[in-house]
Design a protein around this ligand. Structure first.
Ligand code: NAD
Length: 405
């Protein structure tokens, strides 16, 4: 079970990692090469149409109209329905997640399948203006898909509005300043048409375009040797994983902190392999996530004292993201979680999105330096209850759990 969990997360990161490696001129898998050939250089930043501003996203359902029996059995899905009905009647939910007037920059969105997209939707549903940072080699296909309406269905928000993206910025979070970019990347055709995509330059561009932001989200990871056990990981691969998956967050916060309004919030995504052995989540990726969680605490102190910014990280359960599906291990990970987690339900990207909206809202104004688990409780398990070895030792209910509303 642990092995499958690992494989999943490994799968999630493998494609992106390999792609980065390819861009950096290092060895990559043929699958990654095939995928990357679909990417082409991009120069422009993408603008979507203006939008209807959504109202607010309720944190809880208790202060709104009573849930139906069916809804009570599916509280997560119902959250959206409640949101829609409350706003449809014009009544106040009483305890809203209200991000109207806030602006969010979300780094690590290149399709509508990952956590970054779900976070963008939740923040938008709560009223925030959305800016995205998209990895340069993936930008062209992402922009094209947006323009052609490929994501229109998944852009729909609980209140019937649409996720509106004010601007998409080209970004490669591995490079802090133009001086850091090596010649092979400068001359790489996948980067040829793009400009101003280092972290410093993107922060400057956001400042020039919008002046300031209120929310910074880091939803990206990359580890070129993620499939290798730690014992077989090279120094280069290990450091690359740390650079792309951890220091990228330090860098983003460093360059965006000056334009993050006081009282702002910052968020990253981590994984259980940071603190528990997940065989298969290799290449230094477990180390990168452990460092990310440690950095979350230190940055919470430093950014809190200096800028009044909160810093948290969400430890997410398995998600069938695009990268994970391409590799093919994600179903095992999800099955493992469903079989062994306290809550026997598949994690939705929206579960993480809604938690992110809460964490970035004033409702979480006293929460910082924390790892928040959004994994159906899998992190709390010390035993794989589906293991034949423990069949007689477990007395946990096997029926599908019903979560009280
Ligand atoms: P995803 O593929 O949707 O997101 C990863 C993003 O990182 C991609 O958009 C990719 O283009 C981007 N990226 C890679 N290298 C980059 C770089 N150098 N600069 C800028 N962007 C870069 O997958 P996801 O699963 O949504 O991953 C988002 C975060 O969630 C990651 O930190 C991941 O480790 C974490 N996470 C995922 C899972 C899971 O099961 N999918 C579980 C726990 C944590």
């Amino acid at each position: 079970m642990a092995a499958s969990l690992l494989s999943m997360q490994a799968a999630v990161t493998r494609t992106a990692v390999s792609a980065t490696q390819t861009a950096a001129g290092a060895t990559s898998s043929s699958a990654s090469k095939v995928r990357l050939t679909a990417f082409s250089p991009v120069t422009s930043n993408f603008h979507l149409r203006t939008s209807m501003l959504p109202d607010t996203l309720p944190l809880r359902t208790t202060n709104v109209r009573p849930l139906s029996k069916k809804a009570a059995e599916e509280p997560r899905r119902n959250a959206g329905k409640v949101f829609a009905s409350v706003n449809g009647t014009g009544s106040s939910p009483g305890l809203p997640i209200d991000l109207r007037g806030k602006r969010a920059f979300i780094a690590g969105v290149a399709d509508d399948q990952g956590f970054g997209w779900a976070i963008a939707k939740a923040l938008s549903a709560a009223g925030a203006e959305i800016l995205l940072g998209t990895w340069v080699p993936a930008l062209n296909i992402f922009e094209t898909s947006l323009r052609r309406g490929k994501f229109d269905e998944s852009r729909v928000l609980p209140n019937g509005g649409m996720l509106e993206i004010a601007k998409v910025y080209a970004l490669d979070a591995v490079f802090d300043t133009p001086e850091d970019v090596p010649e092979d990347i400068k001359n790489n055709k996948r980067y040829a048409g793009a400009s101003n995509w280092t972290v410093q330059e993107v922060a400057e561009a956001v400042k020039a375009d919008y002046g300031s932001i209120d929310i910074l989200v880091h939803s990206l990871a990359n580890g070129p040797e993620v499939t290798k056990p730690l014992l077989e990981t090279s120094r280069k691969g290990y450091l690359a994983a740390i650079s792309a998956s951890t220091y990228s967050y330090v860098s983003l916060l460093k360059y965006f902190a000056p334009i993050l309004n006081h009282g702002g919030a910052s968020l990253s995504l981590t994984y259980l392999a940071s603190e528990r052995i997940i065989p298969g989540y290799g290449g230094g990726m477990s180390s990168a996530k452990a460092a990310l969680e440690s950095d979350t605490r230190v940055l919470a102190f430093e950014a809190g004292r200096k800028h009044g910014i909160r810093v948290n990280t969400i430890s997410a359960g398995p998600l069938r993201s695009r990268a994970a599906k391409a590799i093919g291990f994600i179903d095992d990970m999800i099955n493992y979680s469903t079989a062994n987690a306290p809550l026997q339900q598949e994690l939705k990207a929206d579960d993480v999105g809604n938690t992110a909206a809460f964490l970035c809202s004033p409702l979480a104004s006293a929460i910082t330096g924390t790892v928040i688990y959004v994994d159906n409780g899998l992190h709390a398990m010390g035993l794989a209850v589906d293991s034949p070895c423990v069949a007689k030792a477990t007395s946990a209910p096997s029926e599908k759990s019903s979560i009280p509303a």
